[in-house]
Design a protein around this ligand. Structure first.
Ligand SMILES: [Zn+2]
Length: 331
């Protein structure tokens, strides 16, 4: 593998794959110069179902080893137990701590080279979390009254966008793991995106998180809907039955529910009707009734997806309590 690419951030990998495909050897002698095997463009990538998000002219040549390496990096498991973060602007330690909801003393402990009065330059990689197996993350009490002990931060990844302020992106291990797995599944299905917006989860220690009523115990997450139009991506605008991308949004919801770790999802009724039409293509009426509150049926109140006012711009996902944690209260 080319050394210069070895430390490329994951989010750039797909773009780089495209650049490599377009610019790396188009003639055999170039491939010889790299000492790499040549193969026509219609190579089989190792990732089943992976489609390149670019239409390439037949006749282009590429280097399968490089492409497969980039694809592997893009889909590598996300590290949750040790989380580094790249500082965006020159910042004081106090500012960085506030951005992550940490105490300055915790950042100093995690990064022994940091000093209390220094300005941390943009581009610096700072360790913001290291799991302690003796102190597992634990949701305590109810989502609208509880708190969170030893929360995990939601990690960066190639297929989603996090809020800049990370002090409200902490959850239980079950929440963080299940959500990142579902987002990776989405990325495998739709590598060209759009990326999913990940909203607020909980504060590092849980408790009140205005303006939400819940989001207090590390089990609630807000996720953006996936829209058809490009102006809907990257913001939290209202989505309608006309402009929601039902195929991609349903895939995301389905991936979450397939984990068996989702307790409930709140989605506006108009959008539920649009999504249930998409789900009808693969589910029986009985299965649909277990999942969607709308269209209304006598036992609709038992469905996993429920209407709740205020969910036209995002869906709200509530994850289950972990079975070992008797102090976690489902509702
Ligand atoms: Zn919410």
């Amino acid at each position: 593998m080319p050394k210069s690419l070895a430390h490329t951030p994951r989010s750039l990998s797909l773009g780089l794959a495209a650049v490599v495909l377009l610019t790396v050897p188009v003639a055999e002698r170039d491939a010889d110069a790299f000492g790499l095997p040549m193969q026509p463009m219609n190579i089989q990538l190792r990732e089943p179902g992976f489609e390149l998000p670019l239409a390439l002219e037949p006749g282009f040549f590429t280097v399968p080893g490089v492409v497969n390496w980039l694809v592997d990096r893009l889909y590598a498991p996300i590290e949750l137990r040790v989380v580094y973060w790249q500082v965006e602007n020159d910042s004081s330690l106090t500012h960085l701590s506030a951005l992550w909801g940490l105490e300055s003393s915790q950042l100093l402990e995690l990064n022994s080279w940091l000093e209390a009065d220094m300005t941390v330059p943009a581009g610096t990689k700072v360790l913001v979390y290291r799991a302690d197996q003796d102190r597992p993350a634990a949701s305590i009490g109810k989502p609208n009254r509880g708190k969170l002990n030893n929360g995990l931060p939601f990690p960066e990844g190639p297929f989603w966008v996090l809020r800049e302020n990370r002090s409200r992106e902490w959850g239980t291990e079950l929440t963080i793991q299940t959500l990142s797995d579902a987002l990776m599944a989405y990325g495998r299905q739709y590598p060209a995106g759009p990326k999913v917006l990940v909203g607020e989860i909980s504060k590092r220690t849980g408790g009140r998180l205005t303006p939400h009523r819940s989001h207090r115990s590390g089990r609630d997450v807000d996720l953006g809907y996936i829209g058809k139009e490009s102006e809907l991506h990257g913001n939290w605008n209202r989505v309608t039955a006309e402009n929601i991308d039902t195929e991609k949004t349903w895939f995301m919801v389905k991936s979450l529910m397939a984990s068996g770790q989702v307790q409930s999802v709140y989605i506006d009724r108009e959008l539920q009707l649009a999504l249930s039409k998409e789900a009808e293509k693969e589910l029986s009426p009985e299965e649909l009734a277990l999942i969607f509150e709308y269209p209304k049926r006598p036992d609709s109140h038992l469905a996993i997806i429920q209407h709740w006012p205020g969910h036209r711009t995002h869906m709200h996902v509530r994850f289950r309590c972990q079975s070992w944690n008797a102090r976690c209260n489902s509702y």
